[in-house]
Design a protein around this ligand. Structure first.
Ligand code: PMP
Length: 314
């Protein structure tokens, strides 16, 4: 889906016009992928715009920057405020928020020390990531022939632009073969994650997800789902998942800011459970979307309100 521009983008503390948020082709980030970023959603529960888990996303952004030794002057609270400000000024709800810290224009050698760091926060409207009907009906996915980034190569705990070269390979191959998404195995052949989603399976009533050691991003939706499962009495374990366990699972689903909670109905054309969202997936969807859409109480204080003069519904 083409990006739909909004009015303003936050850059290094100031709101600037959308079209002025440009960078030079010889910027460090363009040549070497030196950026860290976030994907965050602003929902509009009960017509009152609010950002989902803003502080956790801001913290992961700062963590990613720290891993890559990117210096910048902003605190977690500053980043949260920037997200609120950009959502508020643009007045477009619901929306997807993209904070990004990048190495800009200065020197062109690989060594990034001395290259200025720029921080941006943009937001724009965005729909269902894995296609319409995916949340209700589930998606067909495959195991990728591409392996997830191995430990001690590109850090999987950092959400860096460069990691998404690997994600692009996974995604393109899956689509070329007629699937919506691919699941990558880690370097040892255990299930890691989708190109932009964490993965859960259900077996014998237990919810299982791969630990961070299997090269997964510490997903914020992942942690929300773990919390919601605990709330409704479902046992959750972090455990390495052999590939074949996917095929014999009762239920499998993706989680992510973009994918939200998307059931998987087949893996490599092997039908999962009844080939549709299973009962635990549906209970978790009901809890999760209940909170996101304001039908259930935000009992964990996951929302940060966005003050708005005039909202433009999209
Ligand atoms: N893994 C990868 C590789 C991702 O890009 C994402 C999306 N940020 C996720 C998992 C899910 O993370 P989150 O729930 O924080 O969006």
């Amino acid at each position: 889906m083409p990006i739909q521009p909004t009015e303003k983008i936050w850059r290094n503390g100031k709101l600037i016009p959308w079209n002025e948020a440009q960078i030079h082709v010889l910027s460090h980030v363009v040549n070497y992928g030196s950026s860290v970023f976030e994907g965050v959603r602003c929902y509009a529960p009960n017509n009152s715009p609010a950002i989902f888990r803003a502080a956790e996303h801001a913290q992961r952004l700062l963590d990613s920057a720290k891993i890559y030794r990117m210096d910048h002057p902003y605190t977690r609270e500053d980043i949260v405020q920037a997200m609120v400000d950009v959502c508020s000024v643009n007045g477009v709800f619901p929306s997807y928020i993209r904070p990004i810290i990048l190495r800009g224009y200065g020197e062109i050698g690989v060594d990034p020390i001395g290259v200025p760091t720029d921080v941006y926060v943009a937001n724009y409207p965005w729909g269902k990531y894995l296609g319409s009907g995916s949340i209700e009906d589930g998606v067909d996915v495959c195991i990728s022939s591409w392996t997830r980034i191995a430990p001690n190569t590109l850090p999987a705990m950092a959400k860096s632009g460069a990691n998404y070269m690997n994600s692009q390979l996974i995604k393109m191959e899956a689509r070329a073969n007629g699937y919506v998404e691919g699941i990558a195995l880690d370097v040892n052949g255990y299930v890691s994650e989708g190109s932009g989603e964490n993965l859960f399976i259900v077996r014998d009533g237990k919810l299982i997800t791969a630990p961070l050691g299997n090269s997964v991003l510490p997903g914020i939706t992942r942690s929300s789902i773990v919390q919601l499962a605990e709330d409704i009495g479902i046992k959750v374990v972090e455990q390495m998942i052999p590939r074949e366990m996917l095929y014999i699972s009762d239920e499998v689903f993706f989680t992510g800011t973009a994918a939200e909670l998307t059931p998987i109905r087949s893996v490599d054309k092997v039908k999962i459970g009844a080939g549709k969202a299973g009962p635990i997936t549906m209970s978790l969807q009901s809890e999760f979307f209940g909170i996101l859409h304001g039908k259930k109480k935000d009992r964990h204080n996951w929302f940060t309100q966005v003050p708005v003069k005039q909202a433009v519904a999209v």
